[in-house]
Write a protein that binds this ligand. Structure first.
Ligand code: ADP
Length: 334
């Protein structure tokens, strides 16, 4: 999906790296988080202590990894990144922790996907900077106590509720990342276009921003695609016309919805008269994983008021009916 907030592979990751802000002042939006984090960084530096552990949660593509990198840069420490699924056994985590210098930041993306036995050794590592593990097998098995340098763990997850309570409790700083406003995303587009050395009209940038479903990663991805269309059309600047043209071909509509979003709404309307219907049922009907719907499709539809959550399940709203050009059932209270 072109509009998915998820990262999609190494070639793209390379351009993403060049687009990543490095300092808090370059980091666009998330004003409340930036203000708080700036204070925590200043205080930690004054005390000459590592920053408290940070948990960032919110949909993919909102800048969690970027913010973790910015924090490391502002703290002037090393930044090591890994992800929950990449750490398969306690030994993998021990190896990572062992490489840390005092004050370093270890970033674990998708931290909710850490295996349970790995998560458990993280508890003492986070709280008291040591780990106890058992080395050897059977008769030779013996516990080993490893002291660790004081470090900062930055964890990222799509929903805070996915984390076990003991892990969540060990983060001193917990920040919820919000979708970006259109103006903030316009700034992201203008900044990225400057990095790419690409000319763009303000209206062109605004149009990309409007269709980026509140997500900077989507803005950057749409900008790259539109830039291709502009180049082939021999436009020397990206204007609104070429944005409209390119995004129509890419089937990204005025609200930034793509086929999958529309399929979800249409399925809810056609099969369930607009709901209420459970998330797992919707997911099964459109051939997606329930987690994908919960993390990547539903939050934005909810944000723009196309879906609402009720005690009995999800319901399509009148605004969504009107967007799809479908007549709502007037007997129902959507
Ligand atoms: P996440 O870790 O939440 O999935 P990333 O940190 O990987 O998201 O961000 C995706 C891309 O979006 C980055 O490459 C970066 O260029 C851009 N981006 C994210 N947040 C911002 C921001 N606040 N300002 C500017 N660009 C951003």
């Amino acid at each position: 999906r072109i509009i998915s907030g998820e990262s999609s592979g190494s070639a793209e990751d390379q351009t993403e790296l060049s687009l990543r802000p490095r300092t808090l002042s370059q980091y666009i939006g998330q004003e409340k988080i930036k203000q708080e984090v700036a204070v925590y960084i200043k205080a930690a530096k004054k005390r000459e202590e590592p920053l408290d552990h940070v948990l960032l949660y919110g949909p993919p593509g909102l800048g969690k990894t970027t913010l973790a990198g910015v924090i490391a840069n502002e703290m002037a420490v090393n930044f090591k990144t890994t992800s929950g699924p990449a750490i398969e056994k306690p030994g993998d985590l021990v190896a990572l922790l062992n490489e840390l210098q005092p004050g370093d930041i270890l970033f674990i993306d998708e931290i909710h996907r850490l295996p349970k036995n790995v998560e458990e050794i993280l508890y003492s590592a986070m709280e008291d900077f040591y780990i106890d593990i058992v080395v050897g097998q059977d008769a030779t098995a013996h516990p080993v106590h490893f002291p660790l340098p004081p470090f900062t763990l930055v964890g990222a997850t799509t929903r805070a509720g996915l984390l076990s309570a003991p892990l969540r409790a060990r983060f001193g700083i917990v920040e919820h990342m919000n979708y970006y406003t259109k103006d903030e995303l316009t700034e992201v587009v203008l900044r990225s276009a400057a990095v790419f050395n690409t000319k763009i009209d303000p209206l062109g940038a605004q149009e990309i921003a409007r269709r980026s479903r509140g997500t900077p990663r989507v803005s950057n991805r749409l900008l790259k695609r539109v830039r291709d269309f502009a180049q082939v059309a021999q436009k020397d600047s990206i204007d609104k016309e070429i944005v409209d043209y390119a995004l129509r071909l890419l089937q990204v509509d005025e609200h930034g919805l793509d086929e999958t979003d529309r399929k979800m709404l249409e399925t809810m309307i056609e099969l369930y008269d607009g709901g209420p219907v459970g998330l797992a049922t919707i997911a099964a009907n459109i051939g997606e994983e329930t987690d994908t719907v919960a993390d990547m499709i539903e939050p934005y539809l909810m944000q723009i008021g196309f879906i609402k959550r009720t005690a009995r399940g999800r319901m399509v709203t009148r605004a969504a009916y009107s967007h799809l050009g479908i007549e709502p059932n007037n007997q129902k209270n959507y």
